[in-house]
Every structure is written in C-alpha cells, then in structure tokens.
Design a binder for this molecule. Structure first.
Ligand SMILES: O=C(O)CCC(=O)C(=O)O
Ligand code: NI
Length: 304
C-alpha cells in the first residue's frame, strides 16, 4: 500500500512536469527489471508480471552452428575442457564407453570451453541480461541440454519436474539473477518444451509443493531466447519425438557477496558439485566453489 501511495504521489509530481514516457515508467511497480533502452516498456511489464520473457530470433544461426560443433567435439572427446561435467543419458548406460552425441544428455560448467562460453558473452544476450541484473554481470552457471527422445527406459531425470532454479543457487539477491535459455532448434510441446507457471516468481522459494496454476508451454524456434527469474516455477515434459533437441543455458547474476547457504547439500548435488570432483577434504565451501566457477562477462567485478 505504501508503495502504491508513493507511486501515485510520484505520478502526480511527474504529471505536473509533463512528459508521457516518464509517466509510463512509473505506471507499474518496477521490481524485477531495469531500464537500459534495450527492452521496451511492454516487454519489461511482461517480465514484471510473468517472470519470463521470450525474445524471438535473438541468437544467429551462425552462432548456434558454432555451439553445435563445439558440443560435438566434446561428445567425440576431441575437446576436453577443464571442469566440464558430463551427464549421460541413463537409458544408454550400456553404451557408455562409446563417446557419442546420443549418450550425453547434458553438459555443465562449460566455462573453459572457449567456443561454448561465447554464448555467455554474446552482446545481444548480455544486453537483455543487463535489464535484469544491471551492468556488472557474472556468468555463474552454464549448461547445454541435449534432450534425448523418451524411450520409456527410466529417464525420469530428463522429465525435469516443476522446480525453481533458486534452490540450486546460494547467491543473492534473487532479483539480480536471470537465466538465459536459447533454443538451438524448434522445440514444441511434443518434444517436451519448457513449461512455465507465469507469475510464480513473486512467490517465495518453496520446498516441494507447487500451487495449482496455469501452465504455459513455450514453443520456440531456433535462436529464440527466454529470460526467466530464478523463482519462476518451470519444468519440461517428455520428448516424444525421435530426435534430440538442444538448448544453451546461462545463468547470470551480479555478485554482491550475499549468500544463503541453508540448502548447501542439496545444491551441491543438484549442480553436480560432488566431493568426487573437488575432493571431500578439499576444504572448499559452497561459496569458494561458486567463486571458482563464476566468470565476469560484462562490467566490473564489484566484489570478491
Ligand atoms: O528442459 C529441461 O531439462 C529443464 C531445464 C531447466 O529446468 C532449466 O534450464 O532451468
Ligand atoms: Ni530449471
């Protein structure tokens, strides 16, 4: 109520000053986005209300082709970037020894792969990211999903049940975190596209139970990019096609040295930071590990 009253007062003052664009800016409660002349007021308003925003055709075919080649090189083991976590498709466990694009369902932490990491530095992506994080941007978490066709052989992992990504991230504030998610080909409901519950970014971090809510399926074309808030409840369905589909993902944030480590163990597991990777006696805590993975992609490193 306080905020509404303040907004009304501000509107009145600005009304006296004239200038319709200024009046438009204060006509909605801006909380999740910033103005850098990249997103239109309509687009920002959509994000404020829904917690996500799809930008059509943001990433070029040429860039996507380069990411595809980089991923293929990882699959064939021609390239082995340091720190990369490879998650295999459980249904093809028998063929685990044969490196192939068909046995790798996901890679994480590609920050040392120069080609793939270009995704996190693309100016067209960062310009949009900046509207949510502000100008000092760190790439915190990177992932490429190669979603396999559903064979009905225990692929529960790749169903991606509804969740909030903030469960995996200890850095705060949550409003300075955004996930950029670029379709590397056409993805629709039949192939198990991203499904979101619009407006749920306004809810707190929830343990397990999610509300009955309207589900919106995001049908995307190659190059389309969705930006979403880490509290937005989302998931994806089974891929009922014969083919794999790919998506490049980058979670960006401002680092302010604010941490919520109350869910440390769950987070470590979920983001693939396991003791086998860093050694159980490494003495590294969650904060150290995130600092180690984070990369500055725009502006200045303002802390740590
Ligand atoms: O399609 C999926 O596997 C889910 C992806 C997801 O949850 C995410 O990118 O945060
Ligand atoms: Ni997610």
């Amino acid at each position: 109520i306080e905020q509404t009253r303040a907004a009304a007062r501000l509107r009145r003052i600005l009304g006296h000053l004239g200038g319709s664009s200024v009046r438009a800016v204060v006509s909605f409660g801006v909380r999740y986005s910033l103005d850098n002349n990249v997103l239109s007021l309509e687009q920002r308003k959509f994000y404020e209300e829904n917690g996500f925003l799809v930008i059509k055709n943001l990433v070029s075919d040429a860039d996507i082709q380069r990411f595809r080649v980089a991923f293929e090189k990882i699959c064939s083991e021609e390239s082995k970037p340091a720190g990369l976590i490879i998650i295999r498709d459980v249904s093809s466990v028998e063929s685990e020894d044969i490196p192939s694009e068909k046995t790798i369902a996901r890679i994480q932490d590609y920050q040392e792969d120069k080609e793939l990491f270009r995704y996190c530095t693309l100016p067209e992506v960062l310009k949009c990211v900046e509207c949510f994080t502000g100008p000092n941007i760190m790439a915190m978490h990177t992932m490429l999903i190669n979603k396999p066709p559903d064979t009905g052989k225990g692929q529960e992992d790749f169903l991606a049940p509804l969740h909030q990504d903030l469960h995996f991230f200890p850095f705060r504030p949550s409003n300075c975190i955004v996930c950029a998610w670029t379709a590397m080909e056409h993805i629709d409901r039949n192939s198990g596209c991203l499904a979101v519950l619009p407006g749920t970014h306004k809810l707190p971090l929830k343990p397990h139970e999610y509300p009955q809510w309207e589900v919106v399926h995001l049908v995307m074309e190659k190059g389309d990019t969705v930006f979403f808030h880490p509290l937005l409840i989302h998931g994806s369905g089974r891929n009922q096609t014969q083919g794999f589909w790919k998506v490049c993902i980058h979670v960006a944030s401002v680092l302010k040295d604010e941490w919520d480590t109350s869910q440390e163990q769950g987070e470590k597991k979920a983001v693939g930071i396991e003791d086998k990777l860093y050694g159980s006696d490494s003495g590294l805590d969650l904060k150290d590990i995130w600092m180690f993975r984070a990369r500055l992609v725009k502006g200045e490193r303002i802390t740590l």
